[in-house]
Design a protein around this ligand. Structure first.
Ligand SMILES: Nc1nc2c(ncn2[C@@H]2O[C@H](COP(=O)(O)OP(=O)(O)OP(=O)(O)O)[C@@H](O)[C@H]2O)c(=O)[nH]1
Ligand SMILES: [K+]
Ligand SMILES: [Mg+2]
Length: 399
């Protein structure tokens, strides 16, 4: 029997089973089995390397964003508008069959935007190009879920479910287990007394799962069985997602208003080029990129070419910043001077552990080198920490 059939069989068994306290454990086990099978399903076929033909796009720029959605919602139209790279758009479904990359230039950074084939219900089981699209989405930093504003709200739920089935968690925080270790059932049972409903549920499932060697998970929150399975499977990807409602030109203003008020959502029209600025700003915010400008000794900072860091990709400490410039630089650094939001006063002397924030200015002081003290805006000990203003970037004060 194939993996898909096995999943179907278990799903049928779950549907047949009544939900109550007595069956809770059994249902939990079935859920865990399905999770395992789905993981297997997504493993690339033996001998192939990763995403598959037409989908192996090299990473480029400071971040990667994937466009996912049902066919003909306007993904390709949007890619062409935002990046200038042409991706064929047409009124028939499945116009796009491979992954098409483009580049967005925004805030002195380059962001790779990926157009993908439309996905359909059943994508998680390999329908259409589901497997490839999901693999590429997982390699991205954030996802833009493109939806047709004139179609049913149900589409968003169906897509979310498809992505959840393959381990993608959108706009969710990973569950926070305190411990995940083999221990005595007794301990677990004692904690079961805690009155959190889901909490008890998880422990109940676990303590009976493997009678000889009882692993247990303890959450510091009211976790569900699904959270528990996520912790045990361990291969989940937590991603930010922006819901992009396209084609608002064909719906009424009241409906537009309703969609626009939903969390993590932006309403746009590619045809009328409406609200694309807002979309870019939201995307930028969700990516959490941190631009750091270097200030060579005795000179003004270079505001044209930031070092771009990200908490999700490698971190934002002074150490990460140095590592970014040159691997061996760290050994030579005595301390750094920092101006910007992360500094408590100007300039702040910081060590390698200091965490930088967007638009900070950093001067590296090497061992055997004296700081230049700075002049003009970048002189020592001016007070209020503040973002370096746009005016200063364009016309820095004279030194
Ligand atoms: N009314 C309206 N139509 C749009 C808008 N944006 C795109 N379209 C149309 O929607 C159709 C599908 O656009 P595509 O860009 O090909 O959609 P897609 O999501 O890339 O489609 P697939 O690649 O087939 O999955 C085209 O006929 C577009 O002209 C919009 O803002 N308003
Ligand atoms: K299309
Ligand atoms: Mg397309």
């Amino acid at each position: 029997m194939g993996i898909i059939e096995k999943i179907k069989e278990i799903e049928a068994e779950m549907a047949r089973t009544q939900k109550n306290k007595a069956t809770e454990y059994h249902l939990g086990q079935l859920k865990a089995k399905i999770a395992k099978l789905r993981t297997q399903l997504l493993e690339p076929p033996k001998g192939s390397s990763g995403a598959g033909e037409g989908f192996e796009v090299t990473k480029y720029g400071h971040g990667r964003v994937a466009l996912i959605g049902f066919p003909s919602v306007g993904k390709s139209t949007l890619l062409t508008l935002l990046t200038g790279t042409h991706s064929e758009a047409a009124s028939y479904e499945f116009t796009t069959l491979t992954c098409i990359p483009g580049i967005i230039h925004y805030n002195d950074t380059k962001i790779q935007l990926l157009d993908l084939p439309g996905i359909i219900e059943g994508a998680s089981e390999g329908k259409g190009r589901g497997r490839q699209v999901i693999a590429v989405s997982k390699s991205s930093d954030i996802v833009l879920m493109v939806l047709d504003a004139s179609k049913s709200e149900g589409h968003r739920q169906i897509l979310t479910k498809e992505l959840e089935a393959v381990g993608l968690r959108l706009n969710k925080r990973p569950p926070q287990p305190i411990a995940f270790s083999p221990l005595q059932t007794i301990v677990a049972n004692a904690v079961t007394a805690a009155c959190l409903p889901h909490f008890c549920h998880c422990l109940l499932y676990l303590t009976t799962a493997t009678p000889t060697y009882e692993p247990w998970v303890l959450f510091r929150e009211d976790a569900t069985v699904d959270d528990l399975i996520d912790v045990i499977e361990g291969n989940r990807k937590y991603m930010k997602c922006i819901y992009v409602y396209n084609k608002i030109d064909v719906i009424g203003i009241d409906d537009v208003d309703k969609l626009a008020r939903q969390p993590n959502s932006v309403v746009i029209s590619c045809n009328l080029k409406l609200n694309l600025d807002r979309l870019l700003a939201k995307m930028w915010e969700a990516m959490g990129l941190v631009r750091v400008y270097t200030k060579p000794q005795g000179q003004q900072p270079d505001f044209t070419d930031p070092v771009v860091l990200s908490a999700d990709r490698g971190g934002c400490s002074v150490e990460d910043f140095c590592d970014h410039i040159h691997r061996s630089l760290m050994k030579e650094v005595k301390y750094v001077l920092v101006w910007g939001i992360s500094a408590r006063h100007y300039p702040q002397h910081c060590g390698l552990g200091h965490v930088l924030q967007d638009e900070d200015v950093v001067q590296i002081v090497k061992k055997k080198e004296r700081e230049d003290g700075g002049r003009g805006r970048f002189k020592s000990h001016s007070n209020a920490p503040a973002r370096i203003s746009d005016r200063e970037k364009k016309a820095p004060l004279k030194t």
